[in-house]
Write a protein that binds this ligand. Structure first.
Ligand code: GRF
Length: 208
């Protein structure tokens, strides 16, 4: 399968978050500093009390929140979310600590234009508590992975990765902190490369 995305001057992006939104904040900071060209048009959270929603407001970005619990079926929740994204003419969906799987409706509407960051070197340690999984396994290195989202859990094509050392006295907390710093550096860089145009050759992303 070959998929080609050609560069567009200023892509319209939306964030999906569930929590503190530090990755979103780091990206918004880079956009503000003109280090990354993109127009953030919305921050959405499935949790009304997500800390990141307040952070988004300090950047002057519109926020929106509703929960799957407000709908009879999960598909209806996603259909509403797609409607909101389309209404805002969103071109790229940036997941940043969005604690839900992205399912069919969003995937079909935003094929190869949904990005995520994971706090481990995929395909190792997918899913929850990736930093703890790495420590429990005893690996010497971990890191973070920016990837496109597909129908699996943390299985989509890899955009960029950054390696982080694991130190002998690391705890889940100290390792998470070191990986988060790498995440903040890597996510904007990965988006910059994607927005500049790329070709997807099976699973391999070739940047323009
Ligand atoms: C990050 O560790 C990210 O890799 C994972 O969820 C966490 C979100 O943190 N997907 P934040 O909300 O961006 O601070």
């Amino acid at each position: 399968m070959n998929f080609i995305f050609s560069k567009k001057e200023i892509p319209r992006i939306a964030f999906l978050i569930s929590g503190r939104g530090s990755n979103m904040g780091a990206i918004l900071k880079n956009i503000k500093a003109k280090k990354l060209k993109a127009k953030p048009v919305m921050v959405f959270s499935d949790k009304a009390d997500a800390q990141g929603l307040q952070k988004a407001k300090t950047f002057g970005v519109e926020t929106k929140s509703f929960s799957p619990k407000e709908f009879l079926k999960f598909e209806e929740y996603e259909a509403e979310l797609v409607k909101v994204l389309k209404d805002k003419q969103v071109e790229w969906v940036i997941c940043a600590g969005y604690m839900r799987l992205v399912r069919k409706n969003i995937l079909e509407n935003y094929k190869n234009r949904i990005v995520n960051i994971h706090p481990a070197l995929l395909p190792s340690f997918p899913g929850l508590k990736a930093q703890k999984q790495a420590l429990d396994y005893g690996v010497r290195y971990s890191g973070c992975t920016v990837h496109l989202i597909d129908e699996g859990c943390d299985t989509g094509p890899i955009v960029l990765q950054k390696v982080v050392d694991i130190l002998p006295d690391d705890t889940e907390e100290t390792l998470s902190k070191r990986i988060l710093k790498a995440e903040h550096e890597t996510y904007s860089l990965a988006l910059k490369k994607l927005f500049n145009g790329f070709e997807l050759n099976n699973r391999t992303i070739i940047f323009k």
